[in-house]
Ligand binder design. Structure first.
Ligand SMILES: O=C(O)C(=O)C[C@H](O)[C@H](O)COP(=O)(O)O
Length: 212
């Protein structure tokens, strides 16, 4: 049963806007906007703010308001309630580490696109049944990495992934070289120690060096 959507943006728009998707863990609300600006200055447009911290919703709202050139979305969206919360906060898209059937249905009913997390072909098939064709592949390195995605490309024609988990400067190009990978995600572009120290220029430099 493929479900139609009222999505304001398509998952392919998110995937095509940036080859790199920084996974942001924001502990202090005052870091949200400077961190987003540092990433944007480094050439990155798509930002994933994880719902792992208390101020995550506030951070999404602040970035949506104050850094309009970024496409800010929410990560770690685990259920229907959280999806509604991030939508209300101003997230332009939602990403989940895995997917329950209820979350997949809620994603289709939402006004913002959901990019569900998968680690296996069976999970992709459950998403495909509802019309999803863009997925987060998580945890990428632990789930077979590049070799797994290469194998997926045989049966899963037309399915596109954003691998995340265990990816960094040392291996992200191997993923981007795959035809079923549009972009890669990771926390290496916004490391906790640099965020805590307010080292915004260093974060911009990491992004620029990675993209160079
Ligand atoms: O919180 C979530 O929803 C996640 O999916 C987890 C993050 O995407 C990974 O933790 C990033 O992985 P690293 O780049 O290896 O740090």
């Amino acid at each position: 049963m493929t479900m139609t959507t009222q999505w304001k943006l398509q998952p392919t728009d998110v995937f095509q806007s940036s080859k790199l998707v920084p996974v942001m863990v924001i502990e202090n609300i005052q870091d949200a906007v400077p961190l987003a600006k540092a990433l944007v200055a480094g050439g990155i447009k798509v930002l994933e703010v994880t719902l792992r911290t208390d101020c995550a919703l506030e951070a999404i709202a602040a970035i949506a308001r104050e850094v309009p050139e970024a496409l800010v979305g929410a990560g770690t969206v685990m259920n229907r309630k959280q999806l509604a919360e991030v939508e209300a906060a101003g997230a332009k898209f939602a990403i989940s580490p895995g997917a329950s059937r209820d979350l997949l249905i809620a994603g289709k009913e939402s006004s913002i696109p959901l990019i569900p997390g998968v680690a296996s072909i069976s999970e992709v098939m459950k998403g495909l049944e509802l019309g999803y064709t863009e997925f987060k592949f998580f945890p990428a390195e632990a789930s077979g990495g590049v070799a797994a995605l290469k194998a997926f490309s045989g049966p899963l024609n037309g399915v596109v992934f954003c691998p995340t988990g265990g990816i960094g400067v040392h291996n992200y190009k191997d993923y981007l070289a795959l035809k079923n990978v549009a972009c890669v995600g990771g926390s290496w572009m916004a490391p906790a120690d640099l965020v805590n120290q307010g080292q915004w220029q260093q974060i911009t430099d990491i992004c620029q060096q990675t993209l160079a």
